[in-house]
Each structure stands twice: as C-alpha cells, then as structure tokens.
Design a binder for this molecule. Structure first.
Ligand SMILES: Nc1nc2c(ncn2[C@@H]2O[C@H](COP(=O)(O)OP(=O)(O)OP(=O)(O)O)[C@@H](O)[C@H]2O)c(=O)[nH]1
Ligand SMILES: [Mg+2]
Length: 379
C-alpha cells in the first residue's frame, strides 16, 4: 500500500512515525484533527496525517489539481494561524478550544472586528452548535452561526422612506463632529428622496458657525431645484419650518463641533429640541479612531439620535469596527456613505447588506463570511 494514514496525539509524533516507516522522503498529503469524544472522558484529541512515498504520488493521488487545492487550503490555514498568533493569548486559547474556528476567527479579525467581540461571537456560535455534527460540516455550520451572531448585533432602518401621510413634514436633523460629512450626506439624501422616491424635500441650515456653510448646502439645493433656507435662531427655524410645511421631508444641517465642546452642542440641542418635533441622526466618519467615535457617540447621545449614519467607508480598508460601535451604541443604521460623489455615493443598507459592508473588507475572496461587494448600492 502506497498511501498510509498515521494517527498520533500530536503532529510531531505522527511525522516521526511516518519517517520511521516510510523513510524521510515520504510526502505528507493531508493532516486532520480528530476532536476527543465528549461521551468518553478518557478519549484524547488525535491527529491523522496521510503520507505517501514520493515515486508513487501520481499513481495514488487522484489529480494534481486536488493536491494543489489541498496545499492551498493548508497554506491559507497556516496564514490564518499566523495572523491569529499576532493577537493576544485569549485568541490562541480560543483557537485551541475551537480548532474549526481558525479561518472564521481570522476573517473577523482581518475585517477589523475587535479581539473581545470576535472571540465572543465565536464562543457564542460554538456554544449553540450541534456537538454531533460531522467534522467536515463543522466549519460550514460554524460560519452560519457566526453570521447569525453578527446579525443579532446589527440593526438597520430605512428611516427616510416614509412618505407624508400625516399632513406635516417629517423633520430630520443631522448632528455630528466636524467634517464627518453631514452636509454632503444631506445633499446625497435630498437627491435620492427627490429623484428616486419622488418626495418633496426642503433643506434648512442652522450652521451659523462655519463661514460658507449655508452656501455649501444652498449650492447643492440649487442644482437639485430644492428649497433651502438658513435659520440661525429659534424664530428663524420656526419661520423656515412654517414655510416648508407642504414638504414630505425637511432635512436640517447643523454645525459640526468637537464632542468635547458641551456648550456648542447644548446650543444646537436648545435650537432643535424644544417645540419642534425633529428627529436627530448621528453622523460619524469611520476614518476616526475608535476611541474618538466612541466618545463622540457618547457626547452626541444628548440629542437622543434615532439612527446613525456611517460615512467615508471608501477611505478605510477594514470596516469591522462598525460592529463594535453598533454593540456599544445600540442604534439602527439608516445610511452609509461610501465616497464624495453627490448623489451616487450613498447606501441605504438592509441587515445582510450592512453585514457585507462590515465584514466584506479584509476577508478572503472565497470566504463566506463577508463576501459582499464593497460599493454595492442598496438604494
Ligand atoms: N471619501 C469620502 N469623503 C466624504 C464622504 N462624505 C463626505 N466626504 C467629504 O468630507 C469632507 C467634509 O464633508 P462635509 O459634508 O462638509 O462635512 P460636515 O460634517 O458637513 O463638516 P462641518 O459642517 O464642517 O462639520 C468633504 O470634502 C466631503 O466631500 C464619504 O463618504 N467619503
Ligand atoms: Mg457641514
């Protein structure tokens, strides 16, 4: 017999046995981990290594393509192990306890999901997995459970789909730190609502802080043929809303301020949160450091935002941190902006679409976990 399977408690021992029996020229065809039987407390985890003598490979191996495929898989697994080895001990323990999770865990980490969240997801997914499942099906099944775990952590809301049935326009204000893309997102959204959803849209700028802020919004509004007015005090805002009462949707652009500037945030809050029924939407750029996003989300929570908008996903390679932020914020995502082009670069994601965005970047081409197209449009 040319091919032989060697069983041992570890790979090194199996290789030693192969060398002893087949000689040091023997070629390894495959390796497999056989988990210990849960029903037998005395059973041990074993490894199976399949080996063959060199001159006999072509007769025994079904095809060269199969061998190449198996080598590719092994290399991919080694790469995954190496990438996980760069993380803390917690990750390595996780892999030891859930050997089948190597590839999926590496995908989550490569996508930018934090170590604690990635291990929590794998842990929960493994816990609900059927123990009696065949080893071959384990990886596929684990992927399915991991996707479910991720989906339970995200929520989307097509907030701006509502048409005006109530007789009064829905008024939505966009708040957030400086330069995150509030004005640009409003321009994109106004175009989408006007031209795709056939809604009557009005724009109001209450940004009296930055020079040229109103002109920026007005320029977009003029191109679209949409009404746009400034409002720099409560009376102005009241008049502006009165003028726009026949609209379906009124979008309010606010001034960007540092999340540390409580006074400025309070000024905006006083202006928009009093007699007016205005929903707020928090705009955050994914290019900001995670700690800044976290602090900003906390500071802007005084506005009690109904949804969050993530911008500039085109500027980063890995969007996994969005999953971490959604776990903290517990807000539905209404929009995702993926570029500077107005109106094209705006996505209204559904849950699977958002998950593809979150996990899509950084994952391997053929990996099921997050194989979505980065710039897929969901409008
Ligand atoms: N790459 C990229 N750039 C974007 C995106 N959204 C907005 N920008 C750019 O970000 C810059 C700031 O955009 P604004 O819309 O002015 O940001 P803002 O939040 O209104 O800024 P302030 O009003 O000053 O707080 C502009 O150069 C936009 O073109 C996006 O999704 N991707
Ligand atoms: Mg602005």
């Amino acid at each position: 017999m040319n091919r032989k399977v060697f069983k041992a408690e570890n790979i090194q021992q199996a290789i030693a046995n192969i060398k002893e029996e087949l000689g040091s020229d023997a070629m390894i065809l495959s390796t497999k981990k056989i988990p210990k039987k849960l029903s037998d407390p005395y059973s041990k985890t074993m490894f199976e290594v399949e080996a063959v003598l060199p001159g006999t490979v072509s007769k025994t191996v079904p095809s060269r393509a199969d061998v190449m495929e198996s080598i590719k898989d092994d290399i991919a697994q080694i790469k995954d192990m190496i990438s996980i080895a760069g993380f803390g001990n917690g990750m390595q323990n996780m892999v030891c306890n859930h050997f089948e999770s190597v590839g999926i865990l590496a995908s989550l980490l490569r996508a930018g999901v934090s170590e604690p969240l990635a291990s929590n997801i794998i842990h929960n997914a493994s816990a609900v997995m059927d123990d009696n499942i065949q080893p071959d099906e384990k990886i596929l099944s684990l992927k399915k459970y991991v996707m479910r775990q991720c989906l339970t952590r995200i929520e989307t809301k097509d907030f701006f789909s509502r048409n005006n049935n109530s007789g009064v326009p829905h008024v939505a204000a966009f708040v957030g730190p400086t330069g995150v893309g509030k004005t640009t997102t409003i321009a994109k959204l106004a175009a989408m609502l006007t031209f795709q959803r056939k809604m009557k849209v009005g724009l109001i700028s209450i940004d009296n802080y930055r020079v040229g802020a109103f002109e920026q919004l007005k320029a977009y509004a003029s191109i679209m043929g949409v009404a746009c007015v400034p409002a720099f005090c409560r009376q102005d805002l009241s008049c502006a809303l009165d003028r726009m009462r026949s609209m379906d949707m009124v979008l309010i652009d606010t001034a960007g301020h540092s999340h540390f500037d409580k006074l400025k945030l309070d000024e905006i809050l006083k202006l928009i949160h009093s007699d007016f029924a205005i929903s707020t939407h928090l705009v955050l750029s994914v290019t900001s450091e995670s700690i800044i996003i976290k602090d900003a989300a906390s500071a802007f929570s005084i506005f009690n935002p109904e949804t969050v908008v993530f911008t500039k996903i085109d500027e980063i390679k890995r969007c996994g941190k969005i999953l971490d932020h959604l776990c903290d914020m517990k807000l539905p995502v209404s929009l995702v902006a993926n570029g500077q082009r107005v109106p094209e670069d705006l996505i209204v994601p559904d849950n699977p679409g958002l998950l593809k965005i979150i996990l899509g970047k950084g994952s391997k081409e053929k990996d099921d976990v997050g194989s979505g197209k980065r710039t897929a449009k969901y409008c």
